[in-house]
Every structure is written in structure tokens, then in C-alpha cells.
Design a protein around this ligand. Structure first.
Ligand code: BEZ
Length: 220
């Protein structure tokens, strides 16, 4: 979806859209999104600025939990409207202070090209800093989930990982995930679409049923 703000085209990618392509300079060299992380999921996230406190806690969270993203076949991709030089200085500063190393590419979006394509620049929040966005992009480069947080509230890493695993599990088993679903919990089977399916659903004793339209099953 594109809107015009101050004579400028601002796009807000939506769930189901193909992720807008871009080329960018990162802390791990140049990347082109359409060629990045082939056959993998991507969690692309923005932060307002390097060397700021909330951002440092969030980036450290992504770094510390990276093995869990690896296990979910997912590459991390950070972004802020800072130079690569600033990114490198911050990565090194955090490593020296805490031992945590940001071992994933961070886009240096100084010209704001990527931020504007992804609705990360929300001028009523800040005209110069990206908000805290998270885009979940599947291996077909389709956007599957979007989060936007303001500058003053850090994100929840447990929720980011939970949502990623929920998306992947939903795709794999063609089921839906109920409130607060986490790995190991029962999942929702889709409601019947014909009378035959309705009758089969009513007769199925293996499901946990509240009623014919709300039934859960175990995946293990
Ligand atoms: C922070 O990360 O602490 C922060 C960055 C920009 C604005 C407000 C807070």
C-alpha cells in the first residue's frame, strides 16, 4: 500500500505482499533482499539509533537468541538510519562492554530508502529515526507478519520467536494457532466446510471440542 506524505511516496507493506526488493550496505557487505537468505525465513527489524539504551538491549536480545532463530531456519537482518561506521563502532562497543556480538547484518540506511519502502519512518513518531519494526518474511519472500513498536517501548523477544514458530507450524500442519499458543500446545483444526465434514467432525472423538467449529488437536 502506498500513500503520499509531503509529496513523497511512502509504502506500508502488508501481510501477504511480496517483500519490496532493495539493495543495501550492511555490516556484512552489500545485500539484495531478493538474493539474501535463499530458502530461509528472514526476520528484518529496524531500531531507531545506534548507541542508544533501549536499542542496545534489543539488539543484544537478537544476538543472544540467534541460535534459536538459526534452529528455525531464519536469518536476522537489522536496520537503522546510521552509517556502517557507526554500526561497526556500536557492535564493537557492546562486545567490549558485555561480550555480546551482533553477528548478523545491520543495514546502514542513511538515505532512508529501505525505511521508506517498509513504513519504518513514521514522521509523527520521528522524522529522522526508524520506529521499531519487525517483518517476518517467508522463504518465498512473502511478508507474513508485521510489528511496529514506538521509540520508547522495547520489543519482546519471546513473542518474536513464538510468532515465528507459530507461522512455521501453521504452514507445516495446515492448522491455526489459538491464543498464547506455544510449541507443544494443541492447535486449532479448521472448521468444516461441508455437511459431510461437519458430520465427520461431530463423530471424531480424537479432537478436543468446545463445539463443531472450535476443535483442537495435539501435533504429537
Ligand atoms: C533508545 O533506544 O533508548 C531510544 C532510541 C531513540 C529514542 C528513544 C529511545
Amino acid at each position: 500500500m502506498e500513500t503520499i506524505q509531503n509529496n513523497e511516496i511512502i509504502s506500508m507493506p502488508r501481510i501477504g505482499d511480496i517483500a519490496p526488493d532493495f539493495e543495501a550496505v550492511t555490516t556484512k557487505g552489500k545485500i539484495k533482499l531478493s538474493e539474501f537468505a535463499k530458502d530461509k525465513w528472514i526476520v528484518m527489524f529496524s531500531h531507531p539509533a545506534d548507541f542508544t539504551p533501549v536499542c542496545t538491549t534489543e539488539m543484544s536480545g537478537f544476538a543472544v537468541r540467534k541460535p534459536e532463530f538459526d534452529a528455525l531456519n531464519t536469518e536476522l537482518l537489522g536496520l537503522s538510519i546510521d552509517s556502517v561506521h557507526a554500526h561497526l563502532g556500536w557492535v564493537q562497543n557492546v562486545r567490549e562492554n558485555t561480550g555480546v556480538y551482533f553477528d548478523f547484518p545491520i543495514i546502514a540506511d542513511l538515505d532512508m530508502k529501505v525505511s521508506k519502502k517498509y513504513g519504518m519512518l513514521q514522521p509523527n513518531e520521528s522524522e529522522t529515526a526508524a520506529v521499531r519494526a519487525v517483518f517476518f518474511i517467508d522463504p518465498k519472500k512473502k511478508i507474513r507478519l508485521v510489528m511496529y513498536y514506538p521509540l520508547n517501548v522495547g520489543r519482546n523477544m519471546n513473542e518474536i520467536l513464538r510468532a515465528l514458530e507459530a507461522l512455521q507450524t501453521s504452514d507445516k500442519y495446515k492448522v491455526a494457532m489459538p491464543l498464547d499458543w506455544k510449541k507443544g500446545d494443541k492447535v486449532i483444526v479448521s472448521p468444516p466446510k461441508t455437511l459431510d465434514e461437519l458430520n465427520a467432525r461431530i463423530a471424531d472423538d480424537t479432537l478436543e471440542k468446545v463445539d463443531w467449529y472450535l476443535a483442537k488437536k495435539s501435533l504429537n
